[in-house]
Design a protein around this ligand. Sequence first.
Ligand SMILES: Cc1ncc(COP(=O)(O)O)c(C=O)c1O
Length: 368
Amino acid sequence: MNFIGPKAYIHIDHLNYNLQHIRNYIGNKSIMCVVKANGYGHGAIEISKNLDSNSDIILAVFSFEEALELRKAGIENEIFTFSKLREEYLQLADELRITLNACTFSNIKILTKYKQQNDSIPKFHLKFDTGMTRLGFDNDEADQVFKYIKDHNLFPEGIYSHFATADEGDLTYADYQLMKFKSLLNKSTDYGIEYKYVHCSNSGAVLNLPDAYFNLIRIGMLLYGVAPSDEVSMKIKVKPVMSFCGPIVNIRKVKTGTQISYGGEYKTDKNTNIGVVQTGFADGLPRDWYKDGYVSYKGNYYRIVGRICMDQLMIDFGEEQPKDGDEVLFFGKKDRDEIKIEDIAKKIGTTTYVLLTAIQGRTKRIII
Ligand SMILES: Cc1ncc(COP(=O)(O)O)c(C=O)c1O
């Protein structure tokens, strides 16, 4: 049956293009592709399946459950989890090659206990908090942590941290975090601990802080072809992977002065064609966008009029007579239509992360 509702077209050629350009830019480093939150709304399984010909790529998710979903879907790449590790998952992590995030003393004690009871231990990375004030050991715990690791022969696969402001114009705080991370690494060397992976960089740092690449970078937003903020200069050429569209399901000819949508905030100032589109805020389209918002249809822009509803919104097409069933583009780049998600984020005072990850639920993803 024909699907009617919001569609996210996933341009796999753009995904590959972005990855290639990122690879070229960073040189000989390992890459972790962040596919958490359902691949930033793009579909974690679909994105991972299309990356899996690059067997050297590590996939990163947040929860252990997300990692299990990827394994269930047959994804073979290494998978890293950002959430705090949980004892009940150690066995599965070990069996399924899911790498864990050790970020508290109780975490490394749990790993030690597992190692004592089994012949093996799941792979894990040590996370240090250098300034996010989120998960991670504090720098002043470093001696204790490294000594414990050494004394218990734990062999972490990696060590990492996360920047709070790497995508900002002012990099003072990011530099401070980087300095803290480097001092940790020096200390770790004093204890003779070696890591396969040392990592710190998200998309913002890839663009802004080449000194923070170490030997692995973690990329989310850049991979999806979107700028992490409007303060970074986009030195890497990328193309948006998602085009988010909705179908016109009704066209009404209305007279001047016709009130549109909840609250009647908008009244037509001429006789016009109003198109009803089956996509609403429950589909992730930001409700605030109705104030200045527009869509693209056949290469032209048309205003969203009246408040965006839960499942639908209205467009003023003026003299244009759109066809029932045709699609309008909300953001992305498809055929003759293009709207930058970065522009929407800026105009409504949000981020591209919030906008993309909202595309879930009823939206049908179409891989093209
Ligand atoms: C720990 C960690 N690393 C890397 C990323 C990827 O960030 P970006 O999408 O800015 O590349 C995230 C995203 O939130 C993250 O939480």
